[in-house]
Design a protein around this ligand. Structure first.
Ligand code: PEP
Ligand code: CO
Length: 463
């Protein structure tokens, strides 16, 4: 659903002439792998720097424009996908099913709340994971931590855990294939609104939210028929037949991001062409750090996570460094404070950033502040905590008169049992049944749709 306005073609002004794609090297870079052979790494990065870009500057500018509508309260951001994509579970079906649930959630939000939804996947490049410790100790064996398939493998052997630069190249190629399939699905008929029923997978359709979705899909059918009967030629309305699914990932491994950063021939500006919307994680958002240095110079719309320790002054500083020209849609602050902390923690930040005049897309990541280990030993999250955090996020915005702009969710279209709760409840005893995540626990298709309807209610209540 591309709508091109004049601001889609605005250039990203590089206000600091000293920035280049490699100035991050002079800053401390957290969370970088200990590559065993610098020459080998260099060889791979040189190869990647000669490969075609995965996305284009014009697309990134269009997404900035779309997110600008979110910043001004006219649209809603749905950012969702795996915690970490896997080299092992790489196939067409899981990608299709992830797309299905994201389309379903977007329809639930758009239809129930009446706002346009900008869809951004954590997909086609979401491979790298920040870790709280550089090593993992099991018994008396200590090995490097698993950092995502772009770096090493999760198996607990020295060979699996040794960072391997060739994985950077594999990540590039997997991203390219994933993106190719997504482009085919979203532009080739799969996302056509007349197929709204086909996105409801069987295991989702049988749940209460799935049934609610089915009713809504029937209403959409009726509305489409009504339009046809009125003489509207819907075949020419591309918005009804195609969708945009933009890509995003945490820009963690800076050598990889740099190798895909290219100068736009149209504007002369630099874009990180590994993804439409890279983001900075909670662990690497230091103002003087390498990640902030790298991201401030690229023209893409970017995200930055902010956790419970973020102060109002820090938030303003982040805005000033990452969006000095105050371009709406350029910067998304993704709040991940935890269910009990978000309302009180966020309000002073909203006030300070608004008073400072910074346009921001405010998104709620209700996942990363609500993780715990169950009695069964599984790293999990409870859907109720996730919904409580979203509720607190909306309450903070309501109190401060700002726009709760979006949600950032870890999910899969599959029928996994990784998070607890939901209208078809996953219990602790169920966690072992299908616990498949490479990293953090994801909502399954049913739980994701439960969440979408709840968010739609919050949006309606605020309208
Ligand atoms: C993530 O999004 O998977 C992640 C690690 O988040 P955060 O940086 O907020 O901890
Ligand atoms: Co995660």
């Amino acid at each position: 659903m591309l709508r091109r306005g004049p601001s889609a073609h605005e250039a990203w002004p590089v206000s600091n002439a000293t920035w280049t794609p490699s100035t991050w090297l002079s800053r401390p870079a957290g969370q970088q792998p200990d590559w065993p052979d610098a020459a080998d790494l260099d060889r791979v990065l040189k190869t990647i720097s000669t490969l075609p870009p995965l996305v284009f500057a014009g697309e990134a500018r269009e997404l900035t424009h779309q997110l600008g509508r979110v910043a001004s309260g006219e649209a809603f951001l749905l950012q969702a996908g795996d915690c970490a994509e896997s080299f092992d579970a790489f196939a067409a079906d899981p990608i299709r099913d992830k797309l299905k649930i994201i389309l379903q959630m977007a329809v639930a939000l758009t239809y129930s709340a009446g706002v346009p939804v900008i869809k951004v996947g954590r997909i086609a490049g979401q491979f790298a994971k920040p870790r709280s410790s550089n090593t993992e100790l099991i018994g008396d064996v200590e090995l490097p931590s698993f950092r995502g398939h772009i770096v090493n493998d999760s198996g607990f052997t020295a060979a699996s855990r040794t960072p391997d630069p060739d994985r950077l190249l594999s990540a590039y190629h997997q991203s390219a294939s994933t993106l190719n399939l997504l482009r085919a699905f979203t532009k080739g008929g799969f996302a056509d609104l007349s197929r709204v029923h086909a996105w409801n997978q069987e295991f989702v359709a049988s749940s209460p939210s799935g049934k609610r979705y089915e009713e809504l899909a029937n209403e959409i059918d009726r509305a489409l028929r009504f339009m046809e009967a009125c003489g509207v030629d819907s075949s020419v309305e591309s918005q009804l037949h195609e969708a945009d699914l933009w890509t995003s990932h945490e820009a963690l491994i800076l050598g990889y991001e740099e190798a895909l950063t290219r100068q736009d021939s149209l504007t002369g500006d630099w874009y990180d062409c590994s993804t439409h919307m890279p983001w900075i994680g909670e662990r690497t958002r230091q103002i003087d750090g390498a990640h902030v240095e790298f991201m401030r110079g690229i023209g893409n719309p970017i995200g930055c996570k902010i956790g419970p320790t973020c102060t109002p002054d820090e938030a303003i500083e982040i805005c000033e460094v990452l969006n000095p020209d105050r371009i709406p849609g350029r910067l998304t602050l993704t709040v991940r404070m935890g269910a009990t902390k978000v309302e009180d923690g966020l309000r002073p930040i909203l006030r300070a950033v608004t008073d400072a005049g910074h346009p921001v897309v405010w998104a709620c990541d209700p996942m990363h502040g609500n993780t715990f280990t169950s009695e069964s030993g599984h790293k999990t999250r409870h859907l109720e905590d996730i919904l409580t955090e979203i509720g607190g996020f909306f309450a903070a915005h309501r109190a401060e008169g700002t726009w709760a702009g979006g949600v950032h969710i870890e999910l899969t279209g599959d029928d996994v049992t990784e998070c607890l709760g939901g209208s078809t409840e996953v219990l602790v005893a169920d966690l072992d049944t299908r616990y498949e995540t490479v990293c953090d626990p994801r909502l399954n298709g049913r739980q994701s749709l439960d969440l979408a309807f709840r968010v739609a209610e919050l949006l309606r209540a605020g309208a």
